[in-house]
Design a protein around this ligand. Structure first.
Ligand code: NAD
Length: 366
């Protein structure tokens, strides 16, 4: 199959869908890989590294869309890319169509086979979303430590303390992928860490895995209020799949925190779990203050580390890209492979129920 990798054009998007190693895997399987000039620049991957792995570097993006049978990219197509898509072409990317009626209409009109990273589920997990949660979780603690420094507006605390001086208290709401990664980094830095979750099985796992280094607490308003009042760093990491994040930390609880406390609400991309986190922020201006407490509400935290994110994303998507290229979409559907759940639009029809419901469209059977 001829696979095309265009440069990402969304503002501030520095990832690329493939690494040199991924290109080599695709080439070794007998495929051809066309990559737009400079597509890896934002992730510090040079054209000649991709070419050395066997990719053909193409300066004209139109040529890539014209020749490729599959477009392999990171983000959904942007308006300037709509007309480049061809009937029967596979598009493999993060699409988030439930929130994108215009893109969905284009993919339907163009009769593209649209395969979304985020709707492929294997053994109850979303393998192409997990790496971004791992990165965001680890970053959350690192960012929190930075803003706890006095010169950055925080309390002036070192997360791990020093001998004779108590370490900082880190409280994490939600002990899933983000939460566990945030907790690991915080424990590694020597902080006192509490994870609050509503799933007792999850708390049991965290307790068994970490022993007395980690305090686990069942999620209810009383426990949250008590934990939050003594936190130096609060990390929001809750998720209700398919739903809005519940507001677990109220305005009154934020008021009970000491000035200079830092809140990093990683869950802000799903609405956030802190009542005073009422708008998103950006990497260029990440923080605002309410009641003396610093609020960090960046919805695309992994964007700060595009090189790590590119390699992590490519590790997660490559096996599926290879499967699509090796088998073709017809066989993926016929075999009912997990990857078939990624198909959101085909033959001009939406085939993903959640997308169809969100956009009030008919849902055809795959
Ligand atoms: N801002 C970013 O850049 C970024 C990046 C990645 C993920 N995220 C977001 O981070 C959030 C967490 O993602 P994840 O991958 O860790 O999800 P996950 O499903 O692995 O974990 C979510 C956890 O929340 C817990 N939970 C649900 N309701 C709860 C409640 N009432 N009280 C306490 N815990 C509760 C669940 O039991 C689960 O353990 C999501 O909103 C996700 O979209 C944001």
């Amino acid at each position: 199959m001829i696979i095309g990798v265009p440069k990402e054009i969304v503002t501030g998007e520095n990832r690329i869908a493939v690494t040199p190693g991924a290109v080599k895997v695709l080439i070794n399987a007998g495929h051809k890989v066309l990559i737009e000039t400079g597509a890896g620049e934002g992730s510090m991957i040079e054209d000649n590294q991709l070419a050395y792995s066997g990719a053909e570097i193409v300066s004209d993006v139109q040529e890539i869309y014209h020749r490729a049978e599959m477009i392999y990219k990171v983000k959904e197509p942007q308006p300037s890319e709509y007309d480049l898509l061809r009937r029967g072409q596979i598009l493999f990317a993060y699409l988030h169509l439930a929130a994108a009626p215009e893109v969905t209409r284009v993919l339907m009109d163009k009769k593209v086979i649209a395969v979304a990273y985020e709707t492929v589920m294997v053994d109850g997990t979303l393998p192409m979303l997990v790496p971004m949660s791992e990165i965001a979780g680890r970053m959350a603690t690192q960012i929190g430590a930075h803003f706890l420094e006095r010169s950055n507006g925080g309390k002036g605390l070192l997360l791990g303390g020093v001998p004779g001086v108590t370490p900082a208290e880190v409280v994490i709401l939600g002990g899933g992928i983000v939460g566990v990664n945030a907790a690991r980094v915080a424990m590694g830095m020597g902080a006192k860490v509490t994870v609050i979750d509503i799933n007792v099985q999850r708390l049991r796992y965290l307790d068994e895995a970490n022993g007395s280094r980690l305090v686990t607490l069942y999620s209810n308003p009383h426990n949250i209020a008590q934990a939050v009042a003594k936190a130096d760093l609060l990390i929001g990491a809750v998720l209700i799949p398919g739903g809005r994040t519940p507001l677990l930390c109220t305005k009154e609880m934020v008021k009970s925190m000491q000035p200079g406390t830092v809140i990093i609400d990683v869950a802000i991309d799903q609405g956030g779990c802190i009542e005073t986190m009422d708008h998103t922020t950006s990497h260029s201006e990440p923080i605002y203050e309410r009641y003396g407490v610093l609020h960090y509400a960046v919805p695309n935290i992994p964007g700060a580390v595009p090189r790590t994110s590119t390699f992590a994303l490519s590790n997660a998507t490559l096996p599926f890209a290879l499967e699509l290229a090796n088998k073709g979409w017809e066989r993926v559907i016929a075999e009912k492979a997990p990857l078939s759940q990624g198909i959101n639009v085909i033959g001009g029809r939406v085939v993903n129920r959640a997308v169809a419901e969100a956009l009030s469209l008919d849902c055809a059977s795959l």
